[in-house]
Write a protein that binds this ligand. Structure first.
Ligand SMILES: [Zn+2]
Length: 548
């Protein structure tokens, strides 16, 4: 499918957004499409900026070449010199018509920020943005002198960058990709906004996290665990049933993948999907009951059945957000889109996250990257560096009912944890967890805390570099053992600590593909569409997250 990527032609890259101002009446001259020098210079800018961008977005050795389509409102112009040569300047930065970039590398810094999920100019490394951010900031402060800076959303937005993943190569300055992740309290916490969860309400029920707020009266510090928060949930069922939202804490919640969804309890719903049921007629029939108590029971039965079917439908779909870049194959047949994140069934997964992936034995044994035999039952964790959606260009409009033509792929290095004897030194291909992000660091911390044998250590080992896993091979997000177990079974975790022996936490989780059982729906236009009529409220993604 990606054979075309070996072509020598340039693929166009479009940035999903632009802040270009499209200034008019500039002194500099517009480029002349008939002037060889102008044309060559323009192309050099397009290629150089694209190279810098792809270094950020595709840190692999792909031979594909790209050309940037200048973001809207940006224009390359020139000033003639006395010696007849021309100096070229890129116009369009919101700082003003005089704020021009003199080289493609200068401009690339700004394009990298435009391609990131950050909407804060302070996060941009170009020569104009930091000053611009300061100026805009003081203007905002002047008009809103008493803004409550201690509000919950501000706190969580500010704490996030400290722990944000850095998908950029190590040589890039740290603040490069520091978008505060939206809807996430802490990168290694278990629950995120929009996720499907189980919650305890006499029995276990299914619901969707609408919002996460610090518990009243508690000052939430950066890195606070799930237990510091309250979760507003919309019960899963059917919109017709008017179920009320409720508030829970993490101790009475479980990730969706910890339990399997039971089969249909009503014969007439067997082998049906959520969307193929006439809920209107069913609700009307069940409401005909004259005994008010029985009517109430009927309603609850319907709600339970609807929630199970709704959960399967959600688990069988995905939706994307924060488009970073897109392009198409030279023959125009395929569109390739790079995203900052995806709602994959029950969970939210972002670039920089760790995910559990399948372990196809033949592929790994063939890999010369493998320093040691990988046990078939090894838990493989991918550090996601790319989330791609590949769509035939003839089918890029996502139907509300779902689009099974879109192929979702995850790219990144595969790692596994290895226990080794200190005396023998770390195994080959050991990678410092700090290079991989907080989930990897915290997992090793958990393991060394539990480990009683002082002659051994734990490390992450690279299993394969820059591999691709399609949607079906992704089992779910990787949870740090301590974080997961302190939500799903704190007592069991304590016994592990006391015994000094750790079990593999993924054994307590299903794989996504085992939790569906409905009909694969594929891509949906957004999380709200994925939830459909299964919830009674209108779901809104967190501010600043752009579904596209
Ligand atoms: Zn900038």
């Amino acid at each position: 499918m990606m054979a075309a990527s070996q072509s020598n032609e340039y693929w166009p890259i479009h940035l999903a957004r632009s802040d270009g101002q499209g200034y008019v009446n500039l002194d500099d001259e517009p480029l002349n499409p008939d002037d060889q020098n102008d044309v060559a210079t323009r192309e050099r800018w397009e290629i150089t900026v694209a190279e810098q961008l792809m270094e950020q977005l595709k840190p692999d050795d792909s031979k594909q070449k790209y050309k940037l389509v200048f973001p809207k409102g940006y224009e390359l112009r020139y000033v003639g010199r006395k010696d007849e040569k021309r100096d070229y300047y890129m116009h369009g930065h919101p700082s003003g018509p005089k704020a021009t970039y003199r080289s493609p590398k200068d401009f690339a810094l700004h394009c990298i920020w435009l391609a990131s999920a950050s909407t804060d100019n302070e996060g941009c490394l170009c020569q104009y943005c930091p000053k611009y951010a300061k100026k805009m900031g003081s203007e905002v402060q002047a008009t809103q002198p008493t803004t409550a800076t201690s509000s919950a959303s501000t706190t969580s937005a500010k704490q996030a960058p400290a722990t944000a993943p850095k998908p950029a190569p190590p040589q890039q300055p740290a603040q490069q990709q520091q978008a505060s992740p939206r809807g996430i309290t802490n990168l290694t916490n278990v629950f995120r906004v929009g996720e499907l969860v189980w919650y305890k309400h006499t029995a276990w029920r299914l619901g969707v996290i609408l919002a996460i707020m610090p518990k009243p009266g508690s000052a939430v510090r950066a890195g606070a665990p799930d237990s510091s928060y309250h979760f507003t949930l919309a019960p899963l069922g059917h919109a017709l049933l008017d179920q009320n939202t409720l508030v829970k804490d993490c101790q009475s919640m479980r990730p969706f993948l910890t339990f399997s969804v039971p089969g249909a309890g009503l014969d007439e719903l067997k082998d049906k999907t959520f969307d193929s049921v006439n809920w209107q007629a069913l609700t009307a029939r069940y409401s005909q009951e004259t005994d008010p108590n029985q009517r109430d029971v009927n309603r609850q039965v319907l709600g339970l059945e609807a929630s199970k079917m709704g959960a399967r439908a959600i688990n069988d779909a995905f939706s994307t957000f924060d488009l970073l870049a897109q392009g198409s194959t030279p023959d125009g047949a395929l569109q390739v889109q790079h995203y900052g994140g995806v709602y994959l069934g029950a969970e939210m997964i972002r670039v920089g996250d760790a995910i559990r992936v399948a372990n196809p034995a033949q592929e790994l044994s063939a890999s010369d990257q493998t320093a040691m035999a990988v046990p078939l039952d090894a838990n493989l964790v991918m550090h996601v560096t790319e989330i791609q959606v590949i769509t035939p260009t003839t089918a890029t409009n996502i139907a509300p009912g779902g689009d099974a033509h879109a192929t979702l792929r995850f790219k990144g290095n595969l790692y596994r944890t290895v226990r080794y004897f200190l005396a023998q030194g770390p195994p080959q291909n050991s990678v410092p967890a700090e290079q991989l992000g907080p989930a990897f660091v915290e997992e090793l911390t958990t393991r060394s805390t539990i480990e009683m044998d002082r002659t051994v250590r734990w490390t992450w080992v690279l299993v394969a570099a820059q591999v691709v896993r399609v949607e079906q091979d992704v089992q779910g997000r990787f949870y740090v053992t301590e974080k997961l177990m302190s939500v799903i079974d704190p007592a069991r975790f304590q016994t592990w600590v006391q015994r000094g022996l750790l079990e593999e936490a993924p054994a307590y989780l299903n794989n996504r593909s085992h939790s569906g059982g409905g009909a694969y729906a594929g891509r949906k236009p957004g999380r709200k569409a994925m939830l459909g009529d299964a919830v009674n409220v209108e779901f809104r993604v967190p501010m600043g997250m752009i579904e596209n």
